[in-house]
Write a protein that binds this ligand. Sequence first.
Ligand code: NAD
Ligand code: 6OH
Length: 494
Amino acid sequence: MTNTPQAPLREFKHFINGEFLASRSQKTFEKRRPSDNALIGTIHEGMSDEIDAAVQAARAALEGPWGRMTIEERSTLLYKVADEITRRFDEFVAAEMADTGQPKTMMEHAFIPRGAANFKIFADVVKNVATESFQTPTPDGAGALNYAIRSPKGVIGVICPWNSPLLLMTWKVAPALACGNTVIVKPSEETPGTATLLGEVMNAVGIPKGVYNVVHGFGPNSAGEFLTKHDDVDAITFTGETKTGAAIIKAGADAIRDVSFELGGKNAGLIFADCDFDAAIDSAVRSVFLNCGQVCLGTERLYVERPIFDRFVTALKTRAEALKPGSPEDKGTTFGPLISQEHRNKVLSYYQKAKAEGATVVTGGGVPVMTDTLAQGSWVEPTIWTGLPESASVVREEIFGPCCHIAPFDTEEEVIRLANDTPYGLSTTIWTRDLSRAHRVAAKVNVGITWVNSWFLRDLRTPFGGAKQSGLGREGGVHSLEFYSELRNVCIKL
Ligand code: NAD
Ligand code: 6OH
């Protein structure tokens, strides 16, 4: 195991109207690296002055060259954004790796390529989606033609989490820009890196100033809250915790501001005895432990049909114990740290609660032994519990850590009831070779996304979002266009 190399201290400034700016208040806060808790930079904290400046720049850009561009011209520029991210691939990988501590291989193969791909996908979607039109009968027999026009919604506030920063931010910024809006991004206070680099990319490819703005800071009484309360912001798109979503709705209630929310989850995996066992185990290892369990679509509840329960628990334990925590740069590292010491305290408090509530700890439950500087990082062990009732807090509450509870089930009806017994409704995975059962169960689990014999297999044209407390609205493909544009009807009497 090697230490993570020291990097020069970075200063993360806001990106407003095409320029990198310090906070007027000069307030800054520290960015520490999750793998070893080393100080890697200072972040300027934006307050209402910075949000005001960014909103003004974004509003002005709507009236400027950006507002006059054709869809073709905008799409061409978005392709250039994607190409420039790819050209500066190593810098994006390094920035996200430093911010999150997750293995380089995962950044290289999944998260950063997807950040670039989002721009191409939405450039294509916006060019290829038609709007509806109707021939309407009229009493004089001449008729009328009704058709719809999409226009930009305006200035969009984009509030982001830390768990896969570039992927989740561009999944919102790309369709917003494709539809002709301008944006103010408030990255998570934990992950300033790639949002800041994207400002350089925007300037390099000629995105007009004021179209893409970034204001760093926290949520309450800081950049996040000031953005959600600003009178001249037309809509807020947010990914993060359910309780933060509630605060954002309250902040925008008087202004009747439109919102799109991707929120928390407590996702279930349903493993039937007839499944492809090895494939189900491979998938469970990913869905429970990828990104150190900090994936909204991850699985924290597994229900396994009784005939294969013991075999499944043993196999997942073996695989969990084979994960290799280490420096994100090491090729052999397969398991990263949690995002921060604060989040580690939260996850470890659930590890304690599970024991107090009577769990059988199949594996993990503590902190791994790390050497040298890595000993200071926010590491926890991959953890599996069995034996808890459904009322236990680790079975009910979103932990957002590398852990799961596994329970046996006997019938299809029972497992559907267990899967749905949660205030959340983001995603489910179903493992079975019985196609009829797969369709039947998929129709009955109340979630936004169900994967059958797979997990995190994404087609970016599909509707994405959560049921119940896991979200409001859908994004993806044409569904993103619905949110990021104002659809207006024109009725022409013929
Ligand atoms: P969080 O809600 O704590 O923070 C998200 C963002 O909101 C941050 O930028 C934060 O500064 C900001 N914020 C916090 N309070 C605010 C306020 N009052 N007003 C305005 N902004 C505020 O979430 P997190 O801890 O960064 O991310 C983890 C959570 O995100 C988990 O619950 C996870 O399930 C969820 N998530 C959901 C999806 C999805 O697609 N459904 C995807 C990723 C993460
Ligand atoms: C959450 O942590 C990951 C969400 C992923 C997506 O929104 C996506 O589009 O793949």
